[in-house]
Ligand binder design. Structure first.
Ligand code: PLP
Length: 426
C-alpha cells in the first residue's frame, strides 16, 4: 500500500508531501508539551515492589555457618547466597564472591587491580605495558567504554551480531597484538542489542590464541536471568569452556541482583577460577574487612534457592513484557516496510536497539528532545560516543508506565520519519 512503500522508492513529489506531513506531525507533538523519558535502564517502581518482602528481612542475624552477620569478616560473602547464584551461573561456590550492591564497582576494581598488580597469569602489571587495548563489541554498554577511557585503556571495536561479537574479527585482533588484553562481553541479552552469545562463539572466545598471555574476557552477565519470553536463553558455561581449552584464568564473570531485587540495594557477584577469586579477595582485603552480610542474608532468605530466583524473574517478566511488546507494536505499525529503520526484538534484557538511516540518529534524538522526549545521547553505545554511522539509538522501556511507553514510542517514530524524510529530500 501507499503508506508502507519504502520511502527510497518514492518520487521527489511524494517525498516532498511526506516531509510536509511529518513536519506537521512533529509540530503537533511539540505543541503537546510532553515530558517522557526512554533513557533509563532502570527497574520501575512496580518491579521494585516485587522485592519489598526484603524490607522485613533478615529473620535473625546468624548465617548457615553460625556466623553473626552483624560483625566484620567474611570477605568472600555469605556461603548460602553464593551457593544459590553459583548454581544459577553454573560454577562452584568457591569460584564466586558476593560483595556490595554494584557489579560495575567490581569491574572497576578488577581493572584497577590488573593495572596496578597484574593478573594471576600476567608477566607484569598492565600499567607497565606500553599500552593496553580492549576489544569493544558495538553497540555496547556505555559505562564499559567510559570506564576504559577513564583508565587510559585504548579501545578497538568489533560488530555485535545476533550470535555475540563478530568472533572472527575478535580472534584476529587478539592474536595479532599483545597490547590487546581483554574484551567486554555481555553474553546474555546484551545491552543494547539483546544478543545472546552462542555456544560456538563462546567456545571460540574461550579457546582462541591470544598474543597476550593474560588476556581476559570480562563476562558481564548482568541480564543472565532476565527473560522476556518463555524461551529462556541459557548462558554458555564460559569458565568450563576456558578451563577445557587450557585458559582457566581467562574469563572473569560479573552479575548482580540490581535488576532482580533492588538496583540500589542488591548484591553483586564476581567469579572466575579459584586462583582468580583468591587474587580478587586478596586485593579487596586491602580496603575492606567484609561486605554487608546482613543484606546478603536477607537476599538468601528472600530467594530460598536458585528456583526462587527463577520464579521471581517470572514476576518481572509479567511487569515488563507488555512494555517490550508495545515497543515492537509501535515500531512495526509506524515504521514497518518503509525502509527507514531496523530494530532488535529482544527475548530478554532491558533494551531495544534501533538503527535509523545513516547520519540521522543525532537528528532523531534532537527532534525528540524538541518534543519533550528524552533519548540516550547519540553515540552512547560506542567508545568515545562515536557512532561512525550516526544511526544507533538505545530504547529503554522498563521504567516508564505502559501508557508513557506508548506515547514516547509514537513520538520517537514521528521523529524517525521526519529525519528520514529530511535526509531523502536533501
Ligand atoms: N552491566 C551491564 C551490561 C548493565 O547494563 C548494567 C546496568 O545497566 C550494569 C552492568 C550495572 O550493574 P550493577 O548495577 O550491578 O552495577
Amino acid at each position: 500500500s501507499q503508506s508502507t512503500r519504502p520511502l527510497a522508492d518514492r518520487s521527489p513529489e511524494e517525498i516532498e508531501a511526506f516531509l510536509a506531513e511529518q513536519r506537521a506531525a512533529h509540530a503537533d507533538l511539540a505543541a503537546r508539551g510532553l515530558t517522557l523519558d526512554l533513557t533509563r535502564g532502570k527497574p520501575s517502581s512496580a518491579q521494585l515492589d516485587l522485592s519489598d518482602r526484603l524490607l522485613a528481612l533478615p529473620e535473625g542475624h546468624v548465617d548457615a555457618d553460625g556466623v553473626d552477620t552483624r560483625n566484620y569478616g567474611g570477605l568472600h560473602g555469605l556461603r548460602e547466597l553464593r551457593e544459590i547464584f553459583a548454581e544459577l551461573l553454573w560454577i562452584e561456590p568457591e569460584q564466586l564472591v558476593a560483595g556490595g550492591s554494584s557489579s560495575l564497582v567490581m569491574m572497576r576494581e578488577v581493572l584497577v587491580d590488573l593495572l596496578l598488580k597484574g593478573g594471576v597469569d600476567s608477566e607484569r602489571p598492565w600499567s607497565a605495558e606500553e599500552k593496553v587495548t580492549f576489544i569493544c563489541p558495538v553497540p555496547g554498554y556505555d559505562r564499559h567504554f567510559t570506564l576504559l577511557e577513564w583508565l587510559g585503556i585504548e579501545t578497538v571495536t568489533v560488530p555485535m551480531l545476533e550470535t555475540g561479537p563478530d568472533v572472527d574479527a575478535v580472534a584476529e585482533i587478539a592474536a595479532a597484538d599483545p597490547s590487546v588484553k581483554g574484551i567486554w562481553i555481555v553474553p546474555t541479552y546484551a545491552n543494547p542489542t539483546g544478543s545472546v552469545v552462542t555456544q560456538e562463539v563462546a567456545e571460540r572466545l574461550a579457546s582462541m590464541p591470544t598474543a597476550a598471555p593474560d588476556f581476559k574476557i570480562f563476562w558481564d552477565n548482568a541480564y543472565a536471568f532476565h527473560h522476556l519470553t518463555e524461551d529462556e536463553a541459557k548462558s554458555a558455561d564460559i569458565l568450563s569452556l576456558a578451563s577445557a581449552a587450557g585458559h582457566p584464568h581467562r574469563p572473569i564473570m560479573f552479575a548482580s541482583t540490581s535488576k532482580i531485587t533492588y538496583a540500589g540495594a542488591g548484591v553483586a557477584f564476581v567469579g572466575g577460577s579459584v586462583e582468580t577469586v583468591q587474587w580478587y579477595v586478596g586485593h579487596l582485603g586491602q580496603g575492606s574487612i567484609g561486605p554487608d552480610k546482613l543484606n546478603q542474608l536477607r537476599h538468601a532468605q528472600f530467594f530460598g534457592s536458585a528456583q526462587g530466583v527463577r520464579d521471581h524473574m517470572v514476576r518481572h517478566r509479567e511487569v515488563i513484557g507488555p512494555k517490550f511488546a508495545e515497543v515492537q507494536r509501535v515500531l512495526e505499525e509506524r515504521l514497518g516496510g518503509l525502509g527507514v529503520a531496523t530494530w532488535t526484538e529482544p527475548t530478554g534484557g532491558y533494551f531495544v536497539s534501533l538503527d535509523v538511516l545513516d547520519g540521522t540518529a543525532s537528528r532523531v534524538i534532537a527532534l525528540a528532545k524538541q518534543a519533550g522526549i528524552a533519548l540516550t545521547p547519540a553515540g552512547s553505545a560506542f567508545p568515545h560516543s562515536d557512532d561512525p554511522r550516526d544511526r544507533n539509538i538505545r530504547l529503554a522501556p522498563t521504567f516508564p508506565p505502559l501508557e508513557q511507553v506508548t506515547a514516547a514510542m509514537e513520538a520517537v517514530t514521528t521523529c524517525v520519519l521526519l529525519a528520514a524524510a529530511e535526509k531523502l529530500h536533501g
